[in-house]
Design a protein around this ligand. Sequence first.
Ligand SMILES: [Zn+2]
Length: 241
Amino acid sequence: MRNGAHVAVVDPGDAAPVFAWLDANDVALSAIIATHHHADHVGGVPALCAKFDVPVFGPARESIPNRTHALSDGDHIVVPGIHVSFDLFDIPGHTAGHIAYYTTGDDPLLFCGDTLFAAGCGRIFEGTPPQMWASLAKLAALPAATRVYCGHEYTLANLAFAQAVEPDNDAIRARIARERAKRDHDAPTLPSTIGDEHATNPFLRAGLASVMSSAAAHARRPMENVIDSFATLRQWKNEFR
Ligand SMILES: [Zn+2]
């Protein structure tokens, strides 16, 4: 995120591309923001902090290198330099202490790490399906125009799975064409929006009749409730090729 000469970096798994970008744009780093403790999100923090004396915002319940501000649900921060304010949510499931950063205002932004992906969601490493479902529901309740910056460019692979779950969903078909065109031009598919996710993300749609019947067909048994459907989809995706 940039505001004039000030830049904040979110989830720097590797310091080298951050240094290269700062050099190319002739700006200094003002802050580091972390969503969870995985190395591909915080691996670059020590090297960045060795060069720049900046605050490191991160989840209170996880071990984050060089952390200066320990954050949890309900906290509110203003990032120095870029002057953007965020509300903090706890979104456990992928990791136990995972947090999300959300800006309120006319142009809302969400940094949600590895919890909500474009057309997908993260694996459940340190939580349970009900926890992950509750975390996703929290994010799904944000305004439809919210721009979603997730941790990885997995969009096309996620959409292939979405289409397997809902072969008759026209929004998924249209999104595949749209996102493929971006990748063909080497452009990122991100950010997504909460509105796009409601229309195409099978994990947010786990409670819909069409998705539940697809999950039931895959599991060869009826779905008991939305959590059952969500957990079945997550397991199905783990095995999907
Ligand atoms: Zn992760």
